[in-house]
Design a binder for this molecule. Structure first.
Ligand SMILES: [Zn+2]
Length: 343
């Protein structure tokens, strides 16, 4: 199931846009709740871009804090959440953030907490803010296995090897990945069978890596079997309007229902705060997906354009505190639904 693949590093990689802007633009702020600042677990260390939270003796999360207190664009070294699951033999890092500096903070924290560096990294999906920093884990003699699905690897290479003229100088080609501070690191172990979960033995504990889809064509969730902690990647978002750019929306809803119906207890979303699996936040995420679907279907029946559908979509009153990574996310959601309904 896991096939070795020769690792090589690409000094430069080239990309078209992956769905996020380098600049975080604030949506209308209708609530004062500071995003990403409500720790569930004990905080072991922090930087302007994120903090390490202890979930149990051997399970940790990096919770990114990409917005400042007043909702402005903050430090995006990590941008997404990730985690560590520590076994007697091996340590699994979940996701590798936007930049090597972000991953280095997690690697250094791991060394401080456990005296060891991660031996394995799993990328939950291909988006740049979840894999751009991998080389930050490859330091101080560490040479971790990099695990991703075959589909994720293809999507990453197809997306990030493209060259685009630099907006400020059309004579220069640059990739969005490099422009956003990240680099493409190839997988060393590729999951070729995406039809069923696989177990990884870390020594004294196992994790289950479960292929899903919906946020992208290939998403992984990682479950720590002993604590019932799920690292959900971008299938689950807390307090932020999700990115539909690479999505299959009805499949996304199915995957979220499956996750929330599991017997796990704690969930680390791809963006936002750690939550109990049955919580207002996880329910709000599911409700938002449903609201978006209802609006998209009604707009489709009326024959509205994507722009018209996006313009007439309003967040439910209970979700007015939601933040946006940038403008245009309503358009991405309506576009994804129209593409699906067109089929
Ligand atoms: Zn994503």
């Amino acid at each position: 199931m896991l096939h070795p693949n020769r690792r090589h590093f690409l000094k430069r990689c080239f990309s078209s846009s992956c769905g996020y802007s380098a600049t975080l633009l604030l949506a209308p702020v209708l609530a004062k709740r500071a995003y990403g600042r409500e720790a569930l677990g004990e905080t072991l260390g922090s930087r302007p871009f994120g903090r390490i939270e202890k979930i149990s003796d051997d399970v940790y999360a990096l919770v990114s804090t990409p917005f400042t207190k007043d909702g402005k664009s903050g430090d995006l070294a990590t941008h997404s959440n990730g985690g560590l699951i520590v076994g007697k033999k091996s340590i699994l890092a979940i996701d590798s953030y936007r930049t090597p500096a972000g991953a280095t903070f997690m690697a250094d924290s791991c060394l401080k907490i456990t005296g060891r560096l991660p031996t394995h990294i799993v990328n939950t999906h291909f988006h740049f803010d979840h894999l751009g920093g991998t080389r930050g884990f490859i330091q101080k003699g560490a040479n971790p296995e990099v695990i991703m699905t075959q589909t994720t690897r293809k999507l990453a290479f197809d997306t990030y090897l493209k060259t685009l003229p630099d907006q400020t100088n059309p004579n220069i080609s640059i990739s969005a990945l490099n422009n956003w501070g990240g680099y493409l690191t190839d997988a060393s172990q590729i999951i070729t069978d995406e039809s069923k979960p696989l177990k990884l033995d870390l020594g004294g504990r196992t994790v289950t890596i479960t292929p899903m889809s919906g946020h992208t064509n290939s998403d992984l969730i990682v479950t720590d079997d002993s604590t019932g902690t799920i690292f959900a990647g971008d299938l689950i978002w807390d307090g932020i309007f999700p990115n539909f750019m690479s999505s299959s929306p009805s499949q996304w809803t199915q995957s979220v229902k499956e996750i929330l119906n599991s017997s796990s207890k704690i969930i680390v979303p791809g963006h936002g705060n750690i939550q109990q699996i049955k919580s207002d936040s996880t329910q709000a995420h599911l409700n938002l997906l449903a609201e978006i679907e209802t609006h998209a279907r009604a707009s489709f029946v009326k024959g509205d354009s994507v722009d018209a559908a996006a313009k007439s979509f309003d967040l439910p009153t209970s979700l007015k505190h939601y933040k946006y990574f940038r403008t245009g996310f309503h358009e991405l959601a309506m576009d994804a639904w129209q593409r699906e309904l067109d089929k």
